[in-house]
Design a binder for this molecule. Structure first.
Ligand SMILES: Cc1ncc(COP(=O)(O)O)c(C=O)c1O
Length: 424
């Protein structure tokens, strides 16, 4: 009694984007697509994804892992955490981090132990220190959450050495690595791609410490809501049980649409498509950085991303957290600390907003909150002309803020401050 009789969609060819192909789903295939399917995924799609993991991560069947689909990787990360973490547990989270995972851990009242990151990705030495200094008698964290490629928000990609050291620590201190990798296929660095944790664990004495989360949101469609997890079967079984009670399955029809597209492309076509995606973002990054160099040199600093779509920009001096102004209120005879010193959020909400430019303040990306002089900019959508105007306005904003702070510091008759006026 289902009224649908045929479904057609048209997509560009991965090899020649000017060419379009129309695919039709009808007959017996459509009947499958319109029905419920197994929680662990539509078989043809899962088989295709097994092959994809073999091609990109060198992982073969029979190594104790499998793939399961989710409504985006977010769905799977949420469920994986529910399966592995008890309320109140300590968890390791790289910082700054994708703001969307913080509430997952916060809702379980987890103690979020922040692991530093720098231009080379997660700081394995700082992780080692945290674990080696862990209080005796307190249970160690069971999971580490990390975004190895083009991190949201920092844009940074973790080097192979860092990844290897983290894997070694996972073995030594007995925790699982949640490898959240939606920007793996949005890589545009010059050097060959670094191997994933999922691949690198093959060099370890044993496998099974990595759950890898892939997403189609950045390369096929975000709205179609499909991602997939790869990892130890025992954990994926637990995730599937959660899915079977929460939402039964990922919609069959969307799994079928994705499968038909991928199957028509083949692995070579998929590789050609993601290469084109990477190239697109590389050009966007270059445009963005050109405008930043033109308008913001000397005012901000950043690390050039090699994957993903984010730039993590630090405003120099004017927003540094250690910059505090203590102004003496003559009438009240008391000192007050200017409330917004060092926090990018206030400047974005007030002065940047008034100047018609927005960026994402950095604070929501810090697991335990706090102030930060950073902002996150995304270079996925806006065009070249807009980027140039945006950077001009950002420049104006920073210069105005500097001038205002300088004036404020000069006004204070008995002013103490952590930076000298010259530094402003
Ligand atoms: C690091 C990270 N993880 C997960 C997600 C969610 O991805 P999905 O659309 O596959 O749920 C995002 C989305 O932006 C992200 O940046």
């Amino acid at each position: 009694m289902f009224p649908f009789t045929s479904l057609s969609f048209t997509s560009v060819s991965p090899h020649s984007p000017d060419q379009e192909t129309t695919l039709t789903i009808d007959g017996a295939q459509l009947q499958v697509g319109l029905q419920y399917t197994e929680t662990d995924g539509l078989k043809p799609l899962i088989n295709w994804l097994d092959g994809l993991q073999k091609a990109n991560h060198g992982r073969s069947k029979g190594e104790g892992w499998r793939v399961t689909p989710g409504c985006g990787s977010q769905d799977l990360i949420y469920k994986a955490v529910q399966c592995m973490v008890n309320p109140g547990d300590a968890v390791l989270i790289e910082s700054p981090v994708y703001a969307g995972v913080i509430p997952i851990f916060a809702s379980l009242n987890c103690k979020q132990i922040e692991v530093e990151t720098d231009a080379y990705g997660i700081c394995s030495s700082s992780l080692r220190k945290t674990l080696e200094q862990w209080p005796k008698g307190k249970p160690k964290p069971k999971v580490l959450y990390t975004i190895p490629y083009g991190c949201n928000p920092t844009g940074v990609t973790a080097t192979t050495d860092r990844r290897k050291e983290v894997l070694e620590l996972a073995r030594q201190h007995n925790f699982m690595i949640l490898e959240d990798d939606p920007y793996f296929y949005v890589y545009y660095g010059e050097a060959p791609r670094y191997p994933s944790y999922f691949q690198l664990e093959l060099d370890e004495p044993e496998v099974g410490r990595v759950i890898r989360f892939d997403s189609f949101s950045k390369i096929l469609s975000a709205g179609i809501r499909i991602g997939f997890a790869s990892g130890p079967s025992v954990l994926l079984n637990a995730i599937d049980q959660l899915t079977s009670t929460a939402n039964l399955q990922v919609p069959t029809l969307t799994q079928l649409i994705i499968f038909r597209l991928l199957d028509s492309w083949g692995y070579d076509g998929f590789a050609a498509h993601v290469q084109r995606v990477g190239q697109f973002y590389k050009e966007k990054r270059d445009i963005f950085e050109r405008a930043m160099r033109k308008h913001l040199t000397g005012l901000v600093e950043w690390t050039s991303p090699e994957a993903g779509m984010f730039l993590w920009i630090k405003s120099l001096r004017v927003l540094l957290p250690r910059f505090k102004i203590l102004l003496t209120d003559e009438r009240a005879g008391a000192s007050s600390v200017s409330g917004d010193a060092g926090d990018s959020e206030t400047v974005i909400r007030t002065r940047a907003f008034a100047n018609d430019v927005l960026a994402m303040p950095g604070a929501p990306f810090i697991p335990n909150g706090g102030r930060t002089p950073y902002v996150r900019a995304s270079f996925s959508l806006i065009g070249e002309d807009e980027v140039d105007v945006a950077m001009q306005r950002l420049r104006e904003t920073i210069l105005q803020e500097r001038a205002a702070r300088k004036a404020m510091a000069t006004l204070g008759t008995s002013t103490t401050r952590e930076e000298s006026l010259d530094e402003l």
